[in-house]
Structure formats: C-alpha cells, structure tokens
Design a protein around this ligand. Structure first.
Ligand SMILES: Nc1ncnc2c1ncn2[C@@H]1O[C@H](COP(=O)(O)OP(=O)(O)OP(=O)(O)O)[C@@H](O)[C@H]1O
Ligand SMILES: O=C(O)C1=C[C@@H](O)[C@@H](O)[C@H](O)C1
Ligand SMILES: [Mg+2]
Length: 179
C-alpha cells in the first residue's frame, strides 16, 4: 500500500512551498489539499466558508483529505492549516502518511507574509495576534499528529525540503510507495 507524506502547520508555515520542493526533489506527486477542496467545491474556500460556515467546510475538508490519503500514487500533501482540528483527520493522517510539522514562530510567519496579497486575513496589525491564538489552540494538535517536528526558522524552504527528504531516507521511506 502506498504511503504518503503530509505537511502540517500554521497558515504561512511553508506547507505549499516546501511540499512542492519535496515532491520535486523526491520525484513524487504534489497535492495542495486546499486546491483539491476548491476543485470539489467549485468555488473558493473563502466563499464556501461565508455561505455555509466552518462546520460544513470541515466536513468537506475531512472527506477530501480521506480521499487524498487513499490515492494509489505516493503523494506529498500540503494540508489545510486547520485540518488537524478534527480527530478523524489526525487519525487518518497518522495512519496514511508520514507527517511533518513545519514549526515556525508567529512572529516569523507574520514577517514572511508581510506584503502577501493572497491571505487578506493575515495582513496588517491583526496577523500576529491571530497567529498566536491559532498556535495556542493548534500547536498541541500539530505535535500530536506529527511523526517529525521540523524547526523551519533558520532555514530557507529549499533547506527544509532537503531535511525532509533526508529524514525520509534515514527512516527508509524514500520512494514512499515501497512501504
Ligand atoms: N522556511 C522559510 N523561510 C522563509 N520564508 C518561507 C519559509 N517557508 C515559507 N516561506 C515563505 O512564506 C510564505 C508562505 O509559505 P506557504 O504559502 O508555502 O505557506 P502555507 O503553509 O502553504 O500557507 P497556507 O496554510 O496559508 O496555505 C511564502 O511566501 C514562502 O515563500
Ligand atoms: O487555518 C485554517 O483554519 C484554514 C487554513 C487554510 O489552509 C484553509 O484550509 C482554510 O482557509 C482554513
Ligand atoms: Mg498553502
């Protein structure tokens, strides 16, 4: 059975950027769970949230994530920042993938996202307290679900991706599908 590699962490922690690089370096398929959700929804996550609320969004997220973890091809999955909130997602991630928590301080993420136009909610003076609050609630859940915790602070995305590939090598998980 193919086993996948999943990245978890706060919004802006580098899941998409690093996930793409890990996939490129390792020759694996990359999937951004948020994009897969938007494909299924046929609209943006933001619009769906606004129309149907968070609980409905989390139902769709859980369903899409479970589907990605069933994929026949070994895949690097960048999860949504809040995917760990549901226990069923944490269990599915741990059972179906090797999970890396990309750890970064809210202060660093806020700095990285300054000038970002894709995440309007993470702009301006509100970004830091919002990230701090998210970390308080989600930090323990990211740790709980993770097989490996990586400090991304002093490393650029390429270096973090190489660390992940090396860790997979050390653990004998290179190629993912071979386990
Ligand atoms: N280790 C790093 N050092 C410096 N900048 C980084 C690092 N990792 C990511 N970045 C930058 O931070 C920004 C956010 O990264 P990215 O979009 O990959 O985060 P994400 O976890 O996928 O966010 P989201 O949860 O909102 O999808 C990007 O501009 C990226 O280049
Ligand atoms: O942090 C969150 O709760 C979210 C993060 C995004 O990746 C999306 O999954 C969605 O906007 C929710
Ligand atoms: Mg992303």
């Amino acid at each position: 059975m193919a086993t996948h590699l999943a990245l978890v962490g706060l919004p802006g922690s580098g899941k998409s950027t690093i996930g793409r690089q890990v996939a490129r370096q390792g020759g694996w398929t990359f999937v951004d769970a948020d994009h897969a959700i938007e494909e299924q929804l046929g609209c943006t996550i933001r619009d769906y949230f606004a129309q149907h609320g968070e609980a409905a969004f989390r139902d769709v997220e859980a369903q899409v994530l479970a589907g990605l973890l069933q994929a026949p091809r070994p895949t690097v999955i960048a999860t949504g920042g809040g995917a760990v909130l549901r226990a069923e997602n944490r269990a599915a991630l741990r059972a179906g993938s090797t999970v890396f928590y990309l750890q970064a301080a809210p202060e660093d993420i806020a700095r990285r996202l300054r000038g970002d136009t894709v995440r309007p909610l993470m702009q301006g003076v509100d970004a830091l307290p919002r990230l701090q609050e998210l970390l308080k609630v989600r930090g323990p859940l990211y740790r709980e679900v993770a097989h490996y915790v990586l400090d991304t602070q002093r490393h650029n995305p390429n270096q973090v991706a190489r660390k992940i590939c090396m860790q997979m090598d050390v653990a004998g998980l290179t190629g993912l599908g071979s386990i």
